[in-house]
Design a protein around this ligand. Structure first.
Ligand SMILES: [Fe+2]
Length: 250
């Protein structure tokens, strides 16, 4: 008899989460959604495993995306309504509005997740322009509307350029998670395809000891040179130039 996803989650609390998520991927049928509290705590275990070097960035990437496929979005919405939400300042250019999220426990005290959580609220003209990252990992999950998600592997660094390989161009709906790590999908780009859209972002920074906590590097794949092996030699550009060049419709 197949094991339901929820019962597996409930019964295997002591099982290493990274093995658990792989097990969940094989468990069928998927009839039960993962409650938001469980999703948040499994994210904590995955974040700790990544920061502690117990799983590779590629494994974290795959497992975070897998975990999000069955999250109960109603229960996540309930947690977000209870949470403390704080604006992260006025958006730069046509960035979406970013908001920091503090999840509250049963006693209304802040829950220490071990990772950052932020909402990105897109209007019709908002866009997260294409950019690369260092020293961090993140996963944007769509929770409202539709978002065109484009990702690229960072194959090689050259002076003022990145060699990129396109990996994904998807019209993402609620429950779709797009992770990025140093090894996989290091460049991402999010543009709404509905009048409103929202993502929730799991953020783990400070992954490289002795370096900055994170570094964001805007890049221009649309004006890069197509190379014969299918990669793109894309120029690194400033944040201001990125805002000039990229719109929601780009
Ligand atoms: Fe990013």
């Amino acid at each position: 008899m197949p094991v339901s996803r929820r019962s597996l989650l409930r019964n295997c609390a002591s099982f290493p989460v990274y093995a658990l998520v792989a097990e969940l991927a094989r468990a069928a049928p998927r009839t039960q959604a993962v409650p938001a509290r469980r999703w948040l705590s499994l994210q904590s275990e995955l974040a700790r495993a990544l920061a502690g070097g117990k799983i590779s960035p590629a494994d974290w990437h795959q497992q975070v995306n897998e975990l999000s496929k069955d999250v109960d979005l109603e229960s996540l919405a309930h947690e977000l309504r209870r949470a403390r939400i704080k604006d992260a300042g006025a958006p730069f250019g046509h960035d979406p509005q970013k908001r920091f999220v503090t999840i509250l426990g049963e006693d209304d005290a802040p829950v220490r997740l071990g990772y950052g959580l932020a909402l990105f609220d897109f209007g019709p003209e908002s866009v997260i322009t294409p950019h690369a990252h260092r020293y961090m990992a993140s996963a944007h999950m769509v929770i409202d509307g539709r978002v065109r998600v484009r990702t690229f592997d960072r194959v090689k660094d050259e002076e003022n350029f990145l060699i990129l390989r396109p990996t994904q161009d998807t019209l993402a709906e609620p429950g779709h998670s797009a992770a990025m790590t140093s090894s996989t999908d290091n460049v991402h780009w999010f543009a709404p395809r509905s009048s409103r859209a929202m993502t929730i972002d799991v953020i783990i920074d400070g992954l490289d000891r002795g370096k900055d906590r994170y570094l964001i590097e805007p890049v221009d794949p649309l004006r890069g040179s197509q190379l014969s092996d299918g990669t793109i030699r894309a120029p690194l550009i400033s944040f201001e130039r990125s805002m000039e060049l990229y719109r929601a419709s780009s």
